[in-house]
Design a protein around this ligand. Sequence first.
Ligand SMILES: Cc1cc2nc3c(=O)[nH]c(=O)nc-3n(C[C@H](O)[C@H](O)[C@H](O)COP(=O)(O)OP(=O)(O)OC[C@H]3O[C@@H](n4cnc5c(N)ncnc54)[C@H](O)[C@@H]3O)c2cc1C
Length: 402
Amino acid sequence: MADRQEGTTYDVVIVGMGPAGATAAAALSRGGLAVLGFDKDTHPRYKVCGGGLSARVALLLDPEFRSVVEHTVNGVQFVYRGQDPLLIESSQPIAYMVMRDRFDHYLLQQAVRAGTEIRNGEGVVAVRQESDGVEVITERSRYRAKIVIGADGANSLVARHLFPDRSLYRAPALESEVQIGNDSHYPGPSTILVDVGASRQGYGWIFPKQGRLSVGVGEFRRKSTSLRTTFDRFVRGEPGLTRWTVPRPVGHPIPAFSESEEGRGTSTVSQFVSGRALLVGDAGHLVDPLFGEGIYYAVRSGQLAAQAILSNVRDHRVSLAAYEAALDRDIVPDFRVTARIARVIYAFPRLGFKLLRRYQDVVQSYYEVLQGRISAEQFLADAKKRLKASVNDLLLEALHLR
Ligand SMILES: Cc1cc2nc3c(=O)[nH]c(=O)nc-3n(C[C@H](O)[C@H](O)[C@H](O)COP(=O)(O)OP(=O)(O)OC[C@H]3O[C@@H](n4cnc5c(N)ncnc54)[C@H](O)[C@@H]3O)c2cc1C
């Protein structure tokens, strides 16, 4: 699409063209709005990320996204500090593995096809709300819009400028891409490895990609020791990695969702909508606090933000706060459940690992959440029943009644 003339007021300016921004852009352009998207980098670009998409993402995306899927995963090999492998598989895909340069570029192309105007390699340096719109200032020029979406990731400038009261925690993570050429994947081409003892309040992972493995560690706690030391220990302790050279890892924060920090229920200030600004994806801290899964939620929040904006543009009586209500319905309940699981597993990782072995059917049931077949809340209710019954069984066993 041809660029609009200078002085144009866009309906929506989107800062950041990762999965959240590109998804919102495509939906808004399809809805007939004039949309301008900025990215400080030029796509396709490398992004530090495991690139694991839970299978439920297929419910959100056009089936064509499979063209950039490198491996389909239907099993997880859990280990504790490199030992005691426990493979739990599903008959259906649990996750799709992508490299973010290709996946994000694919989503960006969808937005371009829908009519979004894109400025690649043009970083936004300031954003200001005015009474009748928003001014977006980049390294090169100034732009005006009726609404701005902050989709600029974990270090969001839009959040800093327009949501100044937010000071949320971001978990540190490190990742390295290990070139394996034509060697066979470890632990397998359709299996990911999760080491629940690799880091304190976090985990280590190995994800299969074409001709490589994405190897990383993340730590969801406040006082982090040296994550580099943790990464090195994970790599050394993982027998399957010894045959390859593991390059120096690259760091990036994971802005995991935390309800207590959001001040929700105690504060009247929205953490996602402020005047004419909305935050989506990592910029809104919409990342699951158990695994650090953010891509699915970036795509979903991009869609929900677009729906709220389209409703607002068509009928001004519908407020942009509809976006926040949609998050509360659609995304926040998942995080409440995963935060509860994370509290147990990360506080007592060795016990957590034992529970995984004992309750493999509960893990299978969590796979159904990742497949989009049941909700996280449904999972929790079923898991509680299952664990309660099991405690009863253990008591009966202990009393020799079984
Ligand atoms: C080590 C690691 C591993 C991870 N592994 C997984 C995983 O396996 N699965 C998963 O689901 N999630 C994973 N995540 C989380 C996932 O990467 C994020 O949740 C996801 O990228 C969020 O997408 P987004 O569109 O919100 O932000 P991003 O993907 O970060 O995109 C933001 C975009 O904004 C641009 N930008 C930033 N500032 C500006 C500016 N001022 N002006 C213009 N453009 C700007 C950036 O260049 C970028 O392209 C991982 C994260 C890390 C750090």
